[in-house]
Design a protein around this ligand. Structure first.
Ligand code: SF4
Length: 867
């Protein structure tokens, strides 16, 4: 069987994968043992990649106004509307919204098209939601957007501090790396996070600071560094603004953190006492109205101690997206040019303009994403191209964004499916190739460029993104500039342009790869940049930066409260984030039944005291209301969030749970420098959702729910759905027939109107087609058993006596449920993650569930000790 080396398309770890097509449209996926990011490991999402390929749900041909069209007609339509709009209203009347899912070559031509030829910098990317604050913080400190660290630093650190990062769930393979370092060299782990997350389970210290107070904590650390005599005087002598920064830190209060003096002192002693310290930060730092200041507060501590750019130490931003870094390299953000060159620098602009032979290079920054969609809403932007992203769900004030796209004069969407909240609003849909079919490069969080290689043929009329853009550009009259025949050609041009950046003394220089021939590009090994005079080096250990004058800068920062203020009407602070087994809006991971089995519906974590006060019980539904939207979510009552705060995941959409679109509740406050929205510090009210009935349905086919609450997910045998409503249906059988679209099928109906209970099953030829269970209370039925039943010949809703209830799935790889693991702990006395793994296999493949297994063991042993 031929094997293709490629890269996982999910998070910024950038794990290498080995793909083996089965010749029938499917493939098997294994971790690449030779890839430096993962050395053969994959997390639950990467391990399930094979379940996400296939024709189901794919957009296979261009569409115009909902009808199938040929490529020529669709491309002509896009080119004509863009050209006419620019001619009538100017270049700034059009915009492009790109994605960290795009490959670097796709990104490069999109940026060149908009900034060099259309003549506007109105191109931004969903990476703005991910790490724009890091970009801005890096630029303030170093003059460029340079990540100083590498993954090897995590292996060699004595202390790893994780700030605003649930690494165990969001970057699981890096978390495994940190845990390995802990096992091998005793690396200490500190988690700085308002929530108790899975990452805390392997940590030595957890600082549950108040949401948005990171600047106060790191200012205190900087003051403690100075007080302890731990400043690196030599490094500081080559640093700008050190004294002002230290003075600001000395004057800062720790009160905003809500942490005890003892806990903060313990953290400071650990940090100061370990020279090899890596501070990893992620969305909890970036997605803030003070995100750039948070980044600089962290950088300040590393700069002050000279702990940067040397083995085992440094600040380290880990990106959410697979190619957020590639987007930064090509200048995919509205305020960047290309290859880390600057839109505001006339020499950079002239050089790029000459290199591209651009007729009208943009000469000022374009609209960052929140402002871009405001301009769509008020009609300043009249033609919009959205590529591989779902802003109608993911942007703050998502309902308003959805309405703005809907009202836009002309919207074109390039995607792999028409079944997204955004694609459903498009005037023109262009079918794109998906992961497994794409060919190009991506750059991960530690600057390693890896190849994504095609292992499967493109289905139907799907074409690569770079082809979409170049075909439109040619039709707009720029044939020669977009006459690429392959991604290899684009890569060579990008690498050559980076040599010009290198000539300006900038960091991003891969000109050593500009002469790669097609065979060399095809065989390109994972390569960390820069690749010019030196390869893959570290930065800033010598104190030299890319700022004018060449000195690193510290930045004085002061804590600011989140922009959205709590008030009696909106007393809760709303935090949002990812879960372990889903990715973004689930257009891919939602297709893998085993990933949906971990957490199958949207939920809100609410503190035990708040839940008691509001009368919200476990597994009841909660209605959230903010100034911008509403949601209905399942209650998870827990002490893992702080009183007065809520946490809800970002993944659910109008396609999977229309009341779970959590970004509808998030106000569009942004960081004033980076323009990154504050997605983790919204405000809202919570109250019980008064459901008269709760339902659970399984079906071999998709269902048509219309109830007040529903959430659909894939299962091995078809689909599963949670439902609820304010009023019970008059006729349960009629309701079930409509839900399953089974007007004629043989039905078995059991209803007890006195108790409000219904159980309806539909059969055909003795096989179960679908079933609905309903009751006035949340249903305590065996969901993980029932979801296997469609297609089978019996259904009871209750396990037979010899079939124990496995409980909700914890280990997605081996389908091991919580109850199975608890039984092994309690009855068989298996008290280590390894012992559970040996007995049940749980946690022995990707390892993503190991923190949760450890937490179950800890909870069970604590309970036993108390008894
Ligand atoms: S950690 Fe998981 S999701 Fe991220 S790149 Fe690796 S396998 Fe993919």
């Amino acid at each position: 069987m031929t094997q293709t080396r490629s890269t996982c398309p999910y998070c910024g770890v950038g794990c290498g994968v080995l793909l083996s097509p089965d010749g029938q449209g499917g493939l098997t996926v294994k971790g690449d043992p030779d890839h430096p990011a993962n050395r053969g490991r994959l997390c639950s999402k990467g391990s399930a990649l094979a379940q996400t390929v296939g024709p189901e749900g794919r957009l296979l041909a261009p569409q115009i106004g909902g009808r199938t069209a040929g490529w020529d007609e669709a491309l002509d339509r896009v080119a004509d509307r863009f050209a006419r709009t620019v001619a009538e209203h100017g270049p700034d009347s059009v915009a492009f919204y790109a994605s960290g899912q795009m490959l670097t070559e796709d990104y490069y031509v999109a940026n060149k098209f908009m900034k060099g030829f259309v003549g506007t910098a109105n191109i931004d990317t969903n990476s703005r939601l991910c790490m724009a604050s890091t970009v801005a913080g890096h630029k303030r400190a170093f003059g460029t957007d340079t990540v100083p660290g590498t993954y090897e630093d995590l292996d060699e650190a004595d202390l790893v501090v994780l700030v605003g990062s649930n690494l165990a769930w969001c970057h699981p393979i890096l978390h495994r790396r940190v845990l390995d370092a802990k096992a091998k060299r005793g690396t200490k782990i500190v988690v700085v996070d308002p929530r108790v997350t899975a990452t805390c389970d392997g940590a030595d210290l957890h600082l549950p600071l108040r949401i948005g107070s990171d600047v106060a904590l790191f200012n205190r650390l900087l003051a403690a560094i100075e007080a302890a005599g731990a400043l690196d005087a030599d490094y500081l002598s080559r640093t700008d603004d050190a004294e002002a920064t230290l003075a600001a830190a000395r004057a800062a209060s720790t009160e905003p953190t809500g942490l005890s003096v003892e806990l903060i002192d313990r953290f400071c002693r650990l940090w100061i006492g370990h020279e090899r310290v890596v501070t990893v930060f992620s969305q909890g730092v970036n997605q803030s109205s003070a995100g750039t200041d948070k980044v600089n507060a962290i950088l300040n501590c590393h700069i002050a101690t000279g702990r940067i750019g040397r083995p085992g130490m440094g600040p380290f931003s880990v990106t959410g997206q697979p190619n957020a870094m590639g987007g930064r390299e090509v200048g995919g953000l509205a305020n960047m040019l290309a290859c880390h060159m600057d839109l505001g620098n006339p020499a950079h602009r002239a050089a790029v303009g000459d290199f591209w032979e651009a007729p009208r290079l943009a000469d000022r920054p374009g609209l960052k994403v929140v402002d871009m969609f405001r301009a769509v809403a008020d009609g300043r932007i009249k033609a919009l191209w959205i590529m591989h992203t779902n802003p109608a769900v993911t942007l703050p004030e998502a309902d308003a964004v959805r309405d703005a796209i809907s009202a836009c004069d002309f919207t074109v969407v390039s995607d792999i499916t028409a079944e997204t909240d955004t694609a459903r609003l498009a005037d023109v849909l262009l079918p794109a190739t998906a992961w497994g079919e794409k060919d190009g490069t991506v750059t991960n969080s530690d600057r390693t460029i890896s190849r994504q290689r095609a292992a499967l043929p493109a289905p139907g009329e799907a074409r690569p993104d770079w082809w979409h853009i170049t075909q439109v550009a040619r039709r707009m009259g720029w044939h020669a500039a977009f006459d690429y025949q392959s991604p290899a050609e684009i890569f060579r041009e990008h690498a050559a342009l980076s040599g010009i950046a290198g000539g300006f003394g900038l960091d991003f220089d891969i000109s050593g790869l500009a002469d790669l021939d097609d065979a060399g590009y095809a065989a390109l090994e994972p390569t960390r940049w820069p690749v010019a005079t030196r390869r893959g080096g570290r930065f800033f250990a010598d104190g030299r930066s890319f700022r004018p004058g060449g000195r690193v800068a510290m930045v004085p920062v002061e804590w600011r409260a989140p922009e959205a203020r709590r008030a009696p009407r909106f007393p809760f602070r709303l935090n949002t984030g990812r879960i372990r087994d889903q990715w973004h809006t689930m257009t891919r991971t939602g297709r893998a039944a085993r990933l949906s089995s971990h957490l199958a519906e949207p939920f809100v974590e609410i503190h035990t005291d708040d839940a008691a006060e509001l009368g919200i019980a476990q597994d009841r539904l909660v209605e959230l209301t903010s100034p911008t939207g509403t949601a209905i979510l399942r209650a998870t009552v827990t002490d893992r969030v702080q009183p007065g705060t809520l946490f809800a995941p970002i993944h659910w959409t109008g396609e999977t749970a229309p009341t779970g679109r959590i970004d509808a509740l998030v106000a569009s406050h942004v960081d004033p420098i980076s323009g990154q929205p504050e997605s983790k510090a919204g405000v809202c009210a919570a109250r019980p959702f008064e459901a008269a009935w709760f339902g659970f349905a399984v079906s071999a086919r998709p269902m048509n729910a219309t109830s007040d609450y529903w959430a659909a997910a894939r299962s091995e045998a078809g689909w599963r759905m949670e439902l609820a409503g304010r009023q019970p249906p008059q006729d349960w059988e009629a309701e079930a027939r409509r839900l399953f679209d089974l007007p004629q099928a043989e039905a078995q109906v059991l209803t007890d109107s006195a108790r409000g209970v219904a159980r309806i099953a539909f059969h055909e030829g003795g096989r179960l087609l679908a079933a609905l269970f309903a009751a006035p209370e949340p249903l305590g039925i065996m969901r993980d058993y029932l979801v296997t039943m469609p297609g089978e010949d019996a259904i009871t809703g209750r396990a037979s006596a010899d079939m124990p209830d496995p409980g909700p799935t914890l280990c997605s790889c081996f389908g091991v449920g919580v109850n199975t693991i608890l039984t092994a702990i309690e009855r068989e006395g298996l008290l280590t993650v390894e012992a559970i793994g040996q007995a049940l296999s749980a946690g022995t493949n990707c390892g993503s569930c190991r923190p949760e297994i450890a937490a179950l063991i800890a909870a069970a042993t604590t309970k036993e000790a108390a008894e």
